[in-house]
Design a protein around this ligand. Structure first.
Ligand code: PRP
Length: 208
C-alpha cells in the first residue's frame, strides 16, 4: 500500500484536485467531515490530512511513503527526503517586507518577524547581517505595523495582504510551490508505483 500525506487547508485542496485528475480518487475526502484518513482499496492507496508543517515529518519517518509539501516548509525544515516533482500548485514567493516609510539602519540589529526562522536566518547570514528573530504563528503583517519588528519574512501570493496593511516588498528571494516528496526507503522499495504516480501527476499539473 502507498501512504500519502496531504497538507490540510487551501494548498491541500489544490493538490488533492491534481491527484483526482490524475486518477487517484479517495471517496469521501471532500465531504465536510473531520475524518482524516481515506482509503482507496482498489488503488491500494491511503491518504491522510496532516498540518502542512508536519508533512515532511510523516514522510521522513516513513509513516507516509510520499507527500505534498510547500517548498517554504521544505526550506525551513530541511527534511531528509527526496524532492521528486514540482506540483506547480500554490505558486507564491518568499519576501522581505516592511512599512512603506521604513528606513534601514545597517548599523542596527534588524528585528525580523517570521514563521520561518531558519529561512530568515540563512537569508540574512548570506548578507552578513545581524538579526533578531521574532517567531510568530501568522498575521505577521501586524508586527511592523505595531512596531514589534522592522521587517517580516513571509509568503506573498497576490500581494493583497501587504497592500491592505501598508507594507511593501523590499526583496523577493525564493520561488515557492507544492512539491511531491518521498521517503528515501519507500522510493527504493516501492519505486515503480511511486514513479507511476509521479508520471501521472506530471501529466496533469497546471503547466501540462
Ligand atoms: C499567507 C501569508 C500572507 C498571505 C499572503 O497567510 O502569511 O499573510 O498568505 O497572501 P497574499 O499575498 O495573496 O495576500 P495565510 O493566509 O496562509 O495565513 P497566516 O497569516 O495564518 O499564515
Amino acid at each position: 500500500m502507498i501512504n500519502i500525506a496531504l497538507p490540510k487547508g487551501r494548498l491541500g485542496l489544490k493538490v488533492y484536485k491534481l491527484f483526482e485528475s490524475a486518477g487517484y480518487e479517495f471517496p469521501g475526502i471532500m465531504d465536510n467531515s473531520r475524518k482524516l484518513i481515506f482509503e482507496n482499496a482498489e488503488l491500494d492507496m491511503r491518504c491522510f490530512w496532516v498540518k502542512p508543517f508536519d508533512v515532511p515529518v510523516y514522510v521522513e519517518r516513513g509513516t507516509a511513503d510520499i507527500g505534498a509539501a510547500g517548498k517554504d516548509i521544505l526550506l525551513e525544515r530541511s527534511p531528509d527526503v527526496y524532492e521528486l516533482l514540482d506540483l506547480k500548485a500554490g505558486k507564491c514567493r518568499m519576501a522581505v517586507a516592511a512599512r512603506n516609510d521604513f528606513v534601514d539602519d545597517p548599523e542596527r540589529t534588524l528585528r525580523v518577524a517570521t514563521e520561518f526562522p531558519n529561512i530568515a536566518q540563512k537569508y540574512y547570514s548570506g548578507l552578513g547581517r545581524d538579526i533578531d528573530i521574532i517567531s510568530l504563528r501568522g498575521s505577521l503583517e501586524l508586527a511592523p505595523v505595531l512596531g514589534l519588528s522592522d521587517v517580516i519574512v513571509d509568503i506573498v501570493e497576490t500581494g493583497t495582504t501587504l497592500r491592505e496593511n501598508n507594507l511593501v516588498v523590499l526583496n523577493f528571494f525564493a520561488d515557492l510551490s507544492a512539491r511531491l516528496i518521498a521517503n528515501k526507503s519507500s522510493y527504493k522499495f516501492k519505486g515503480e508505483k511511486i514513479s507511476e504516480i509521479m508520471r501521472r501527476l506530471k501529466e496533469h499539473d497546471k503547466d501540462s
